[in-house]
Design a binder for this molecule. Structure first.
Ligand code: ATP
Length: 222
C-alpha cells in the first residue's frame, strides 16, 4: 500500500496561511505522500464565492508553488456543476491504486455529515480525518454525547480508530480525530479586511497578495 493522500476541499476565496499550516501539520502527523487542495465550483450549501473559479485556482497555484507535496486539483472546477464530495472522492479513488485517501474535515462539518449528498458512501472511498484545535480536540468518547446525532454516533462506533497507522493499512473506512495547532484566520475575515483597506500581509503568501492587488479582488468596488 502506498502512503495516503490528504484531501482538503474548500472555497479558497482566497487561500490563506491557515489552510497551508493545516496541510503541512497533517502531512507530517499522518505521514502522507501529498495533500490535494480541491477548490469547489459551486458549494452544495449555497455559499457563493467572490473570486471566479479561475482566480481561486490561480491563487492556489501561487500559494503552493514552493510546496512540492501540496497540489491543486481542479476536477470540481472542470465539472462546473454543484460539487458533491462523494463524486470527487469516487473519481480520485478510481485513479489512484493501492493508495488510501484521507478527507480532512473540521469538527462542525463532521457533526453535520449525515446531511451530505450520499454521505453513507464516503467511507467506501476515503478515511475521514477530523481536525480541531488542541484545546478543544474531541476524543471519540466526547462525541458519543447528546450533541452528536445517533447516526454519527453509530458511524463512530463502527469506524473510529485511535492512531494514524490505521490510515496506512487500508484504503478507506476509518475515522480519526487528529489534534493539530490551527491559526485563527478565515477567508471571510481577510475579505472584510480588504474591503476596509486593511492589510492582510503575512496572512496570505506574498504572491497571493500581489495577485489580489493586481486583480483588485475583494475591494469595496469589486
Ligand atoms: P470562509 O471564511 O470564506 O468560509 P475559510 O477560511 O473557512 O473560508 P474554506 O475555503 O471554506 O476557508 O476552507 C477550506 C477548509 O479549510 C475547510 O475545511 C475549513 O474548515 C478549513 N480551514 C479554514 N480556515 C482554517 C484555519 N485557519 N485553520 C485550519 N483549517 C482551516
Amino acid at each position: 500500500m502506498s502512503k495516503p493522500i490528504g484531501i482538503l476541499g474548500g472555497t479558497f476565496d482566497p487561500v490563506h496561511i491557515g489552510h497551508l499550516r493545516m496541510a503541512l501539520e497533517l502531512l507530517a502527523a499522518l505521514e502522507l505522500s501529498e495533500v490535494r487542495f480541491i477548490p469547489v465550483h459551486t458549494h452544495p450549501f449555497g455559499k457563493t464565492p467572490v473570486a471566479t473559479p479561475e482566480q481561486r485556482a490561480e491563487m492556489l497555484r501561487l500559494a503552493l508553488a514552493d510546496l512540492p507535496q501540496c497540489k491543486v486539483d481542479t476536477r470540481e472546477l472542470q465539472r462546473a456543476n454543484v460539487s458533491y464530495t462523494v463524486e470527487t472522492l469516487a473519481s480520485l479513488h478510481a485513479e489512484v491504486e493501492e493508495t488510501p485517501l484521507c478527507l480532512f474535515l473540521g469538527l462542525d462539518a463532521f457533526r453535520q455529515l449525515d446531511g451530505w449528498h450520499r454521505w453513507q458512501e464516503l467511507l467506501d472511498y476515503c478515511h475521514l480525518v477530523v481536525v480541531d484545535r488542541p484545546d478543544m480536540s474531541p476524543s471519540t468518547a466526547d462525541l458519543q454525547t447528546a450533541s452528536t446525532s445517533p447516526t454519527i454516533q453509530t458511524l463512530l462506533s463502527q469506524h473510529a480508530v485511535d492512531s494514524p497507522g490505521a490510515l496506512h493499512e487500508q484504503r478507506a473506512g476509518c475515522v480519526l480525530f487528529q489534534s493539530i495547532p490551527t491559526l485563527d484566520i478565515s477567508a471571510t475575515q481577510l475579505r472584510n479586511s480588504l474591503k476596509h483597506e486593511q492589510t492582510i500581509r503575512f496572512l496570505v503568501p506574498d504572491a497571493v497578495l500581489d495577485y489580489i492587488h493586481q486583480h483588485q479582488l475583494y475591494t469595496r468596488n469589486a
